[in-house]
Design a protein around this ligand. Sequence first.
Ligand SMILES: Nc1ncnc2c1ncn2[C@@H]1O[C@H](COP(=O)(O)OP(=O)(O)OP(=O)(O)O)[C@@H](O)[C@H]1O
Ligand SMILES: C=C(C)CCOP(=O)(O)O
Length: 315
Amino acid sequence: MGGLLSYLPCKDVGPLRPTTGCTRPDGKAWADVVVKIGGSACTKKATFETLNDVALSAICGQLATLPKEGFSLAVVHGAGSFGHQHAKEYGVSKGAEKAMALSERLREGFAKTRLSVTTLNKHVITALLKEGLPAVSMSPCPFVETSAKKLVGGRLAPSTVDGTRGLLGRGFVPVVHGDAVLDESQGVAILSGDVWMVELCRELGAKSAVFVTDVDGVFTKPPWESGAQLVPEILVDPSGELELKGVSMDTASHDVTGGLKAKLESAAAVLIGAPSVQAVYIVKSGSNAAAQARLNVLPEGVLGTREVFIHEIAE
Ligand SMILES: Nc1ncnc2c1ncn2[C@@H]1O[C@H](COP(=O)(O)OP(=O)(O)OP(=O)(O)O)[C@@H](O)[C@H]1O
Ligand SMILES: C=C(C)CCOP(=O)(O)O
């Protein structure tokens, strides 16, 4: 890997890296589709360390057909009820006042959070393998670090990008997860899988970005409230501002990565940071919308939410 690959200019959202490009030397995407299996789509989020095997196998079954259809795939998954509770209880997201002076309790919480997310990762990998996908786990900790909760340098390190491309180049499906990571300023932090969506879409030249959850998309209010209506399209202006008038959201108290609001912001960041992505989809595991969104379409009448740039609408 490495060397002078064809350099496809990415939008100006971080330091340029002239030794690597966003596509393979033949101009194809490293991954056509990047999918985040949200914690809500692989776990029962309100019940501690409980797998949602029905939703998980539904999305894995849908993803399994992609390579047969000629599309390459990278997967991210969230933590759901494996990770958020420990992270919240032990203050892992907040970290320590001094990076090198972690309390014993914080170290315990960090270790438990990692055990929890890697346990879920094992379930996700197992479910993908069962569907015939050659899924290979990539754990961020300890190789990917943050500083004040943001990726060091604002991008993934070249070695991480090269490793991911190395797996894809050999026909594997890389699977990365939200994780507890080392942080330069606060010792430890939580790095959401949503951040990986932005980075992988950009670095792999993806065409389609799909966030899979346990509900049909974004609703005007929490979906369990009466009168909640599906929002079919969310517009993003070039500064990353989201048009969310009339939308209210609810976030579980133990969610340490900002819930749906943060996800929609990450989806906007995908549109800004990964010029190859035409639209970001927020869909339900196993739904017709999830099947369509994998292929970068969401026909009228199919329930799901599409997030697009305002200028795409104007064209
Ligand atoms: N207005 C809303 N529209 C849609 N979903 C909503 C809304 N308000 C709250 N929600 C909840 O947001 C959840 C999806 O966001 P969440 O942060 O749990 O995503 P996730 O990616 O699946 O989780 P994780 O961060 O664990 O990976 C849904 O399960 C839904 O119940
Ligand atoms: C809570 C941890 C450890 C990771 C959170 O990742 P996310 O569920 O993708 O936001």
